[in-house]
Write a protein of this length. Structure first.
Lengths: 113, 112
C-alpha cells in the first residue's frame, strides 16, 4: 500500500525563522509531489508542486525533492504567524496515465510572534 | 469563479438515515474525488471519477455510493448512516492527469 509519512508536530518556530517540514513516501515510482496548506476548519489549498529532483521555489516557499531517498521537504522562509496551519504532503502514484493522490496525515506548524 | 461547491456545509443525521452530499465544479475539470478527513487519519479517498461516465473505489468505499451526474457534478450517497461515518467530507476536482487538486469547502457530518 502506498504511504506518505509526516511527523504530526506541532512544529513550533518563532516569527522570522525558517520552518522545515518533511515527508517520506513508500512508492518508489511516484513522480509528482504536492504540498497543501490547511487552516483549522478550512479545506486544503495547494501551495507547491514538484516533479523533479532538486528545489522548486515560489516566494517564501521552497519545495525539495530527493527521489533516491524518497524524501520531500518544504521550507518556509521568514515564517509569519499567518503560516500557522497544518501542511499536507501528497504523492501522485506511479501508474501510467491516470492516478490519484495519496496524502500524508499532515504536520501542524505554529509560528509564534 | 466559484471553483468547487459542496452542499450542505453541516448535517446531523440519525443512525440509519440516508443522505446525499452534492458537489459541483465550474473549472471544466475531468476528474472528481470524494475524501473524508478524520482526526489522526488524514485525508482518505472514498471514491473517484477519472472522467465523466466512470467511477472507481478508493481506500474506504464501504457504506458509500457515488454518481457522476455530468462533467460538473459528482454526488456521494450514504444509504444507511452509521456513527463511524461522522467525519468531514471534501470533494475535489483536477485535470485528467490528476495533478493539483482543488478542494471544496467541506461538509461536516455528524451521525448520532
Amino acid at each position: 500500500q502506498k504511504e506518505v509519512e509526516q511527523n504530526s508536530g506541532p512544529l513550533s518556530v518563532p516569527e522570522g525563522a525558517i520552518a522545515s517540514l518533511n515527508c517520506t513516501y513508500s512508492d518508489r515510482g511516484s513522480q509528482s509531489f504536492f504540498w497543501y496548506r490547511q487552516y483549522s476548519g478550512k479545506s486544503p489549498e495547494l501551495i507547491m508542486s514538484i516533479y523533479s529532483n532538486g528545489d522548486q521555489e515560489d516566494g517564501r516557499f521552497t519545495a525539495q525533492l530527493n527521489k533516491a531517498s524518497q524524501y520531500v521537504s518544504l521550507l518556509i522562509r521568514d515564517s509569519q504567524p499567518s503560516d500557522s496551519a497544518t501542511y499536507l504532503c501528497a504523492a501522485r502514484g506511479s501508474n501510467s496515465g491516470y492516478s490519484t493522490l495519496t496524502f500524508g496525515k499532515g504536520t501542524m506548524l505554529l509560528v509564534s510572534p | 469563479n466559484a471553483g468547487v461547491t459542496q452542499t450542505p456545509k453541516f448535517q446531523v443525521l440519525k443512525t440509519g438515515q440516508s443522505m446525499t452530499l452534492q458537489c459541483a465544479q465550474d473549472m471544466n475539470h475531468n476528474s472528481m474525488y470524494w475524501y473524508r478527513q478524520d482526526p489522526g487519519m488524514g485525508l482518505r479517498l472514498i471514491y473517484y471519477s477519472a472522467s465523466e461516465g466512470t467511477t472507481d473505489k478508493g481506500e474506504v468505499p464501504n457504506g458509500y455510493n457515488v454518481s457522476r451526474l455530468n462533467k460538473r457534478e459528482f454526488s456521494l450517497r450514504l444509504e444507511s448512516a452509521a456513527p463511524s461515518q461522522t467525519s468531514v467530507y471534501f470533494c475535489a476536482s483536477s485535470d485528467l492527469g490528476g495533478y493539483g487538486y482543488t478542494f471544496g469547502s467541506g461538509t461536516r457530518l455528524t451521525v448520532v
